[in-house]
Design a protein around this ligand. Structure first.
Ligand SMILES: [Zn+2]
Length: 161
């Protein structure tokens, strides 16, 4: 990420707690209570300071009990069909709360969309005026536009795994 990050220390703390939870579970899979405590603390800090968590992090934390969701260990992941669409259903084994994700390879997260990036870049870089029909494709070098494709693919893989 370009530009200065607000609340850098808080983000570092969130990152530490999230990684600590992974570490604890990797060392001893029985130690789920400690991992849950780390993740609960992490979510509380993020909520209090209103820091947006990346979806890749948010989706691995149970919304009910703050467990770190690892398929096969603390949650199950199943493929379901509903209303003609395929969903990945993730169920927490601690509190049985489930989350559904639509399996849509074309889905782009809001943060990965060009229109979401414009606002972020406005304070760090001078932006071309958005008067033209395709301001991004016309003015930015190709590399800036392209990385979205692999990100979308990753998102698809991780939600269907
Ligand atoms: Zn849970």
């Amino acid at each position: 990420m370009a530009g200065p990050v607000k609340d850098r220390e808080a983000f570092q703390r969130l990152s530490f707690l999230y990684q600590a939870a992974h570490c604890v579970l990797a060392q001893d899979p029985e130690n789920q209570a400690l991992a849950r405590f780390y993740c609960h603390t992490e979510r509380t800090i993020a909520k209090r300071l209103v820091l947006r968590q990346d979806p890749s992090v948010k989706r691995t934390l149970c919304r009910g009990c703050s467990s770190l969701l690892i398929p096969g260990l603390t949650c199950t992941q199943r493929q379901r069909r509903r209303r003609g669409q395929h969903w990945t259903v993730q169920t927490c084994l601690t509190c049985q709360r489930s989350q559904r994700f639509l399996n849509d390879p074309k889905h782009t997260l809001w943060g990965d969309r060009p229109e979401a990036q414009l606002g972020n870049q406005a304070d760090s870089k001078p932006q071309p005026l958005p008067n033209t029909a395709h301001p991004i494709a016309a003015h930015l070098p190709r590399e800036k536009v392209q990385p979205q494709a692999p990100v979308t693919g990753q998102e698809c893989n991780s939600s269907s795994r």
